[in-house]
Design a protein around this ligand. Structure first.
Ligand SMILES: NC(=O)c1ccc[n+]([C@@H]2O[C@H](COP(=O)([O-])OP(=O)(O)OC[C@H]3O[C@@H](n4cnc5c(N)ncnc54)[C@H](OP(=O)(O)O)[C@@H]3O)[C@@H](O)[C@H]2O)c1
Length: 268
């Protein structure tokens, strides 16, 4: 589904910031955008991984760089984006990809952990979006991609914090996308499907079964899809389409839906 006979869309000379660039989907996105001519700034917390990425990014696109930044510290993240914008003159593309997933039993009652998930996944995304929008609106040009998850559509047991954070990302992004559409700024939601990254595989420690093949994607495949679609007219970028059925199944066959979800709660 990712193959296209059209030439790859290019981003020559554009400044792109990708968060969570030290691994997984973010790393693939950073490298793909560098391949397509963008000057990429990759942000994440792990310096050693960023150093490796930095060498590869500059080999593909001179002028690219990495920087340590914790997006869960909203003020620090906004300040980092402000510096990048000042140094490079503008930010054309921001991909709010950084995220964490913690399986939490509601009965454990760990409020501080829930707050941390929301700070990184949701408030980080909000902070980034709000920081770059004024410049993009002024230039009447720009792209923001916020990474959601199918968990937002069908929250599984023990994913309350993660699913809530992603549902919030979806609602916020949707609203902003409509608000700025007429001002030349494209704001997108990415639903990556299931990708075998550190996060994707984290629920599989007990050798549990992988999600169905129809929702399995690769980080490179998702990055290619995003690079081809962002800036286009559709807000949603869905790497897999099967999960779109979840809300319909929930409405049309609630008993079946609840049974399936509860089964997930007792396994894995
Ligand atoms: N894999 C999937 O199946 C899947 C499905 C749906 C949605 N997603 C979403 O896709 C995004 C990327 O996940 P992934 O699968 O690529 O997982 P991953 O390999 O674990 O990557 C997560 C990235 O986020 C960064 N990160 C985490 N907390 C951060 C923080 N406070 N500040 C800055 N960077 C931070 C990590 O870097 P550091 O640790 O170095 O900071 C890492 O680079 C996430 O938003 C995730 O929710 C993934």
């Amino acid at each position: 589904m990712f193959n296209s006979s059209r030439p790859s869309r290019r981003y020559d000379g554009q400044v792109a910031v990708v968060t969570g660039a030290s691994s997984g989907i973010g790393c693939a996105l950073a490298l793909t955008l560098a391949d397509r001519g963008a000057s990429v700034v990759g942000l994440a917390r792990r310096q050693d991984l960023l150093d490796q990425l930095s060498a590869e990014l500059t080999r593909r696109s001179p002028g690219s760089a990495t920087e340590v930044c914790d997006v869960g510290e909203a003020d620090a993240y906004q300040a980092a984006l402000g510096r990048i914008e000042e140094d490079r003159g503008r930010i054309d593309i921001l991909i709010n990809n950084a995220g964490i997933d913690l399986m939490l039993r509601a009965s454990d009652g760990a409020l501080s952990t829930v707050r941390r998930v929301l700070d990184i996944n949701f408030m980080g995304t909000v902070a980034g979006t709000l920081a770059v929008l004024p410049g993009m609106i002024e230039r009447r040009s720009g792209i923001v991609v916020n990474v959601s998850s199918d968990s937002a559509r069908a929250p599984e047991p023990r994913q309350g914090a993660y699913a809530a954070s992603k549902a919030a990302v979806t609602a916020f992004t949707d609203s902003v996308a409509h608000e700025v559409a007429s001002q030349g700024v494209h704001v997108h939601l990415l639903y990556p499907g299931w990708v075998p990254t550190a996060m994707g595989l984290s629920g599989d420690e007990d050798g549990g079964s992988l999600p169905p093949k129809m929702v399995r994607r690769t980080a490179d495949g998702v990055a290619t899809l995003v690079a081809d679609r962002m800036g286009g007219p559709r807000i949603d970028i869905n790497a897999a389409h099967l999960p779109l059925l979840a809300p319909f199944v929930r409405t049309l066959a609630p008993g079946m839906y609840q049974k399936a979800m509860r089964r997930l709660g007792t396994t894995g």
